[in-house]
Design a protein around this ligand. Structure first.
Ligand code: UD1
Ligand code: CA
Length: 456
């Protein structure tokens, strides 16, 4: 379809009580208006225009997208006025109006809505409401056809009793819309140019308004305050959880699962315990088990991996059969090869941990290349930073690093090397050799422990 989408986002959002423009508040980790933009994109519009007003500079800085067009509405004189401001940039034949604060609208609904539009025929999305307060009411004729929309503040008591509300989302041909907009007046209770008056203009000029009722209230709900923001957040998360369960995932509790990004693919027999948060783009293989309270960001988890409780995994790749946690932190550019094990209180950053290698306890590994079947003892630290620059630690296959070792980078531990516990390694350790820097133990016989209260 030859379509332009106009997204209204000029409002202030006073009730959010925030310095941030309303449409930049986040739902599922993404600005409200970005949800709408992403949905609109699926319709492949010729033009995608955002009408900004309050906080326009902030908006343009955050939603930095060269494919978007912007229209500036300096004074918010009403929804009709906002659309008017964007119209000069429309070259497509049809125009769809969306709202930057209505984030859960679906592609499917919009496809159905836009399909009904022809010259002289516009399409309007309405919603059945249990409490229609605040909404414009859809006035229908005896034959069910839509006649006009009356705003709450302009409505008669009989009109206020109507429970079918206007979502504000509508679609018309550009030429029709331009004509209706040109005829708008602000002679109403709010002194605004109402977009909704286009409905009546269409009917009066002999046109038809196709009224389509939205499938659910949440899909067309706008956000005005933090309470509504949270309500829609929970709707979104419940839907995300349900869609994962449909894909075969076992969730310990669908109410305690949060997705702030995208699970690009997920295998069979995956189980996710409570309070896990997934951010950015995450890929999960078959038969993966994720314990409670894990945060997984932009990462890939291989088949048969087990992630125990309280792990944070960011910009990392976890190979098949790896075992992580509890309480492990994988920082960006960590790559764990097949069957590697990272235990509790271990931090790994920008490092490769080879196949079958183990970093089991209380260790920091940064800027390192670790080979296969390496054992890194408890309390090992790669001293990768000299205060100015980061340096590399290399550890060959089958090396064994004794507990409480400091590896002062740049440094290389060769294949099969054994490092004695408590060493500070500053030079290359040869292959298949025991290297240690530990001071020799002395035993002082006859030495007496001080006794409490005894003077020297
Ligand atoms: C509007 C509709 C009402 C509908 C309701 C649904 C009109 C006249 N009324 O009312 O029928 O039931 O939405 O929520 O359209 N905006 C601008 N520039 C403006 C005015 C508004 O960009 O000059 C944007 C706002 O930022 C907001 C949206 O348009 O995102 C709706 O504006 P708002 O003032 O909230 O409309 P309502 O009075 O709720
Ligand atoms: Ca208003």
């Amino acid at each position: 379809m030859d379509l332009a989408v106009i997204i209204l986002a000029a409002g202030k959002g006073t009730r959010m009580r925030s310095r941030l423009p309303k449409v930049l508040h986040k739902l599922a980790g993404k600005p409200l208006v970005q949800h709408v933009i992403d949905t609109a994109r699926h319709l492949e519009p010729k033009e995608l225009i955002v009408v900004a007003g309050h906080g326009a500079d902030q908006l343009r800085a955050v939603i930095d997208d060269p494919a978007l067009k912007w229209a500036l509405q300096e004074e918010q004189l009403g929804t009709g006025h906002a659309v008017q401001i964007a119209m000069p940039q429309v070259t497509a034949e049809n125009v769809l109006i969306l709202y930057g604060d209505v984030p859960l609208i679906t592609v499917r609904t919009l496809e159905t809505l836009t399909a009904a539009v022809r010259p002289g025929q516009m399409a309007l999305l309405s919603v059945e409401l249990s409490n229609p307060a605040g909404y414009g009411r859809i006035v229908r004729a005896a034959d069910g056809s839509v006649v006009r929309i009356v705003e709450q503040k302009d409505a008669t008591p009989e009109e206020l009793a109507i429970t079918e509300g206007n979502t504000g989302i509508l679609c018309a041909t550009r030429d029709d819309l331009a004509r209706y907009l040109a005829g708008l007046s602000n002679d109403n209770a709010q002194g605004e140019y109402y977009l909704t008056d286009c409905i009546e203009a269409c009917v009066e000029s002999g046109g038809t308004v196709h009224g389509m009722v939205a499938a659910s209230e949440s899909e067309v709900s706008g956000i005005n305050n933090k309470l509504q923001l949270n309500e829609l957040e929970r709707v979104f998360q419940r839907q995300a959880a349900e869609s994962l369960m449909e894909r075969g995932v076992t969730l310990a509790d669908r109410e305690r699962f949060d997705l702030r990004g995208e699970i690009e693919s997920i295998g069979m027999d995956v189980s996710i315990d409570v309070n896990c948060v997934f951010e950015g783009k995450v890929t999960i293989g078959d038969n993966v088990s994720i314990g409670p309270n894990c945060q997984i960001i932009n990462s890939t988890i291989g088949d048969n991996a087990t992630i125990l409780a309280n792990c944070v995994i960011e910009d990392s790749t976890v190979g098949a059969g790896c075992n992580i946690g509890p309480f492990a932190r994988l920082r960006p550019a960590t790559e764990l090869k097949e069957g590697a094990k990272v235990g509790n209180f271990v931090e790994i950053k920008k490092a490769v941990v080879g196949k079958g290698s183990k970093v089991n306890h209380l260790t920091y590994v940064g800027d390192s290349l670790i080979g296969e079947n390496v054992n890194i003892g408890a309390g090992t630290i790669t001293c990768n930073y000299d205060g100015a620059n980061k340096h590399l630690t290399e550890i060959g296959d089958n090396a064994f690093i004794g507990s409480n070792t400091a590896l002062v980078a740049p440094v290389k531990i060769n294949e099969g090397a054994t490092i004695g516990a408590g060493s500070t390694i500053t030079r290359e350790a040869p292959a298949n050799t025991l290297t240690l820097t530990r001071a020799k133990q002395i035993n002082i016989t006859g030495w007496k422990r001080p006794v409490k209260g005894e003077k020297k």
